[in-house]
Design a protein around this ligand. Sequence first.
Ligand SMILES: [Zn+2]
Length: 462
Amino acid sequence: MSDLPQFIPKDGDDVELSGVAVTNVEQADDVLLMSTSEEGLRKKVEGIYRWCSVNFMLFNETKSVVLVFGRSAKKEVFEWGDGGEMAIRDEVTYLGFQLSTRAAARSKLGTGIFRKHYDVKEKAAARIAGAICGVERLTGPLPVAVATRLYMALIDPHLTHGADVVVDNNARAVSKLVEVQKLFIRRTMGLGPRSSANILFTETGLIPLRVRRVCLLLRYILYVLEAPAGLVKSALREAVALDFAGRVSWVTSLRWAVSALPFECTFPDPNGLLRVEEIATLLEEVEGGVGKWLQGRLDANPKLSLLHGRREPDVDGALTVKMPLKLRYYLKVAHPGHRRALTRVLLSEHRYAVEALQWTRPVGRRLCRFCGAKVETVEHLWMWCMKRPELCAARKEFMSDVWRAATAAERARLVELDIDAGAQLVWLLTSRDWVSIVASFAYSIERLVEKVKIPPEPRRRG
Ligand SMILES: [Zn+2]
């Protein structure tokens, strides 16, 4: 196709990107012609028709369409040559992207061209998430590490499709994609729809979708700046110049998308967007910022006190490394029921009365369903309640299993903590050495709690 440009005439109506006239672009055998006027486009279509004739090919007008941007096309067909006609469409799929001139014309910044693409990708991602869910109906819940790997291999490519060039400037459109991500992680972890969104990422190591999409876009700018991609570089320079001149451009949208992130990042000045170092710095800020932001939200949440101050093992196995995003050890427990029960306890997503009645009764009246004497907290059920024989038996077994698994030093520590039940419980719950024992006890308690309903409160007089 190297002789094609000779057949495409240049004129004053050509699309110019930073002084470079761009008349046609090709992707394999797909040809895209551009012009800012109907007459200009006609000449180019006639040019490609001549090229086809010279190269013994037929120009297929039924497979070709015309899109009109900026204002609505008054006609339904585009006429060219000697009686040739092409359909004028307002929606088309091009290179896997759903493009819409109607949505583009309607959008405030003129950036709605990809609006439908979000809907298409949301549906595709949700369909695959549903298929994985279907597999789980046959196999039982997948290990979290497997589910997150499947997510990255099968769902993430749809949720991030085109994110390197499509700037998220429509909050409603991107939130549909975000919901698919959150729903999948919640289901994988066995959490309810109201659980905090931050823990979905701090506990699995996955990146929140909005941040991930911005990172992909910044990486693409880095690639463009470093690669010999002449036309794309021209497009970037043009977008920067337009933005600098106070016009809305791709750069304006990008600034908006970065400022919409939930943590602060310094957006470079216009020329900085053309420099590798400044884009690399912005990328670092976004990638580093998300961890700090999520950690801050976790530390500020009193319900997640069991996760406060936790550390991950260093090369020697000592717990010294602070990592805001990671697939946590307790999500690697093999038994799905045990794993989910412990997850719910650690993340305060359990159905003990203290949580289950949080919207209906003050804390002091969320009494234990077994003894009715104390508030039904994790500490009460795990350490104290003696009313239910099954609970006492499960606790006895739990403590003796932990004792057997503990080293001499750990046993000494357990005895030492006998005077502080709260601290002892935190240590029992969060130690990695007996995580499967803890998960099994969490499961036994969960099953007992499910069996016995919380009794209604006695009617109070006066
Ligand atoms: Zn009790």
